[in-house]
Design a protein around this ligand. Structure first.
Ligand code: ZN
Ligand code: ZN
Length: 150
């Protein structure tokens, strides 16, 4: 999918005004977002995987001015290039990603930290060039409501 199509997808097909909130697991950090997401995706890059300790990370991007920290003060870590990841230094939850060189004017919010993540469905897998091999067919795994019978 072309980058231009991808960037345009969220705003054209979904005109709902979003006003949402989210935060970290322990509640020390809370944020609010206004307006519409720019895009929403599942990222498979090595940097996201290393930062999260998870095989991929769901992101919903908003214009920088749309994201406000309303409680607490996230810690930050500058990783690859100009990538800055903001997280709670009390409970460890990853919250925000900023890269003013690659994504000027954008703040990426970790979708799973929004209070209502159901509202922000990802629209694409990105950085699949770096995806863990077994993630490609992950949708075919058997599913259990809780745990499989012993
Ligand atoms: Zn926390
Ligand atoms: Zn990534």
């Amino acid at each position: 999918m072309m980058a231009s199509e991808f960037m345009g997808a969220a705003s054209s097909s979904e005109s709902t005004r979003v006003a949402a909130s989210g935060g970290c697991r322990c509640g020390a950090i809370r944020y609010q977002v206004t307006g519409e997401p720019v895009h929403a995706s599942l990222c498979h890059c090595r940097d996201c995987r290393a930062a999260s300790g998870a095989p991929m990370v769901a992101w919903t991007a908003f214009p920088t001015a749309s994201v406000t920290i309303v409680a607490g003060e996230p810690a930050s870590y500058t990783g690859t290039g100009a990538s800055v990841r903001h997280f709670c230094n009390r409970c460890g939850t990853g919250l925000l990603f900023v890269n003013e060189e690659m994504l000027p004017g954008i703040i990426d919010v970790q979708t799973a930290t929004l209070d209502e993540p159901e509202r922000f469905a990802p629209r694409a897998h990105i950085q699949v060039a770096e995806r863990i091999g077994w993630m490609e067919g992950i949708g075919a795994l058997p599913e259990f409501e809780r745990f499989p019978e012993a």
